[in-house]
Design a protein. Structure first.
Lengths: 119, 287
């Protein structure tokens, strides 16, 4: 389990307009590239100071590649990060609030306590 | 010494800017009532004639991140740029630049550290909608210097609710001890019940109207005892998964004082979440 790395993916993609579009249109390529090149980057430093130990589990990689927001929630990804990025990618294909409501309905089988989001 | 000209606690709804500025078919049916309530709320700050705004909010994973996460942070800089790309994208928020009051920030950092709060600080802080929403609603001319105080209501582990209250009490004392003739308004924003990214999000009301009713009563009456008796880090999961933002309201109850009723109370039941607005005049109220 690497909730921190899931969150790091969602965070770094969501704040970059180019990556948002790239992840929307080419999720498998984006996740593969990101895990190889970005997963170990310290966010305020250069490539020479990369970390050495961060990688996704199979389940996490699949959830990101399939853009499966329910699975990401169940894996403990921070719900605010997932929601914000997924609204950026998919709200445009729907009417007002339609996407946000459908996003919630896909999670109706989930009940308290929700998965722990502590990293 | 400085005067606490007003204490203001508010929700920070990022949709207000777009709702209030939209026209024609884009204008939501609730916009006019919302604008009227905000304008009345704004008048409570205007009447207090503040010189400086001490603003309590929370970074939403913009500048503060899990590789280096402070619990309480004070911004000390001559200027604060504001709002981020993803807030422009999702909420249509404008970019802003606010002046900072470095003298007050330095005083709060020094006195906070000496009072037992190990405050983090930032000398280059791009602030987000937790601070800019109340600027837009309460002081849209954005002409006053600010000191931002960020709290972690977002990334567990978080401080206990009682710690937020204690920091609020301390901030009040610190402002009152600031050797200045300025009038300081202390403004903080948080949430009532709120769900983001879970099954209860974007409902016709906030996810827990009963919690909202109790919360408004606690705040309006300054009922810290009742609030602290019920609210814990664990209990806040029940009203909605983003309800830990209520701890910033608890901080503001600490600023306002135990048992001190708000001089102004209003609320608005919207889809998704309830809006709530409170103002106290510690110095007896403006003439």
């Amino acid at each position: 389990m690497s909730k921190y790395l899931l969150d790091k993916f969602l965070y770094t993609v969501d704040r970059d307009p180019v990556l948002v579009e790239q992840y929307r249109s080419e999720p498998a390529h984006t996740v593969d590239w990101w895990e190889r090149e970005m997963a170990n980057m310290l966010l305020n430093s250069h490539v020479g100071e990369k970390s050495t130990w961060l990688s996704f589990s199979e389940e996490e990689r699949r959830a990101l590649v399939e853009q499966d927001h329910v699975a990401l929630f169940e894996l403990g990804a921070h719900p605010f990060l997932t929601l914000t990025l997924f609204i950026a990618m998919f709200e445009r294909d729907h009417g007002p609030l339609e996407y946000q409501i459908a996003y919630a309905r896909a999670m109706d089988h989930l009940h308290l306590p929700y998965p722990d989001i502590a990293t | 010494m400085a005067t606490v000209a007003a204490v203001i606690a508010s929700t920070h709804h990022p949709f207000y800017y777009r709702a209030s500025t939209s026209t024609g078919g884009d204008r939501p049916p609730f916009a006019d009532e919302w604008v009227a309530k905000i304008e009345a709320f704004r008048a409570t700050l205007t009447r207090a004639e503040p010189d400086v705004l001490l603003m309590v909010g929370s970074d939403h994973f913009h500048q503060l991140w899990l590789d280096n996460m402070p619990q309480f942070l004070v911004g000390k800089a001559p200027f604060f740029d504001a709002n981020w790309y993803n807030e422009e994208r999702e909420f249509g928020l404008p970019r802003l630049r606010l002046a900072g009051d470095e003298s007050l920030a330095a005083f709060i950092l020094r006195s906070g550290l000496d009072a037992g709060f190990d405050l983090a600080f930032s000398n280059e802080l791009r602030i987000d909608h937790s601070v800019t929403c109340p600027i837009i609603t309460l002081r849209p001319q954005a002409d006053l210097p600010i000191v931002p105080v960020y709290t972690n209501i977002f990334a567990p582990p978080m401080p206990q609710p009682s710690r937020f209250v204690a920091l609020g009490r301390a901030l009040r004392s610190m402002v009152e001890a600031w050797p200045s003739d300025k009038r300081v308004a202390i403004i903080g924003t948080g949430h009532l019940s709120l769900e983001l990214g879970g099954p209860r999000q974007f409902g016709p009301h906030g996810p827990d109207p009963e919690f909202d009713r109790k919360a408004v009563s606690w705040i309006a009456n300054g009922d810290l005892e009742g609030c602290l008796a019920e609210v814990t880090l664990d209990s806040l999961h029940a009203p909605g998964n983003a309800t830990h933002g209520f701890m910033d309201f608890m901080l503001m109850m600490g600023v306002a004082g135990d048992g001190v009723k708000a001089d102004y109370v209003d609320s608005l039941d919207l889809f998704h979440t309830m809006e709530a607005y409170f103002t106290w005049y510690p110095s007896g109220g403006p003439s």
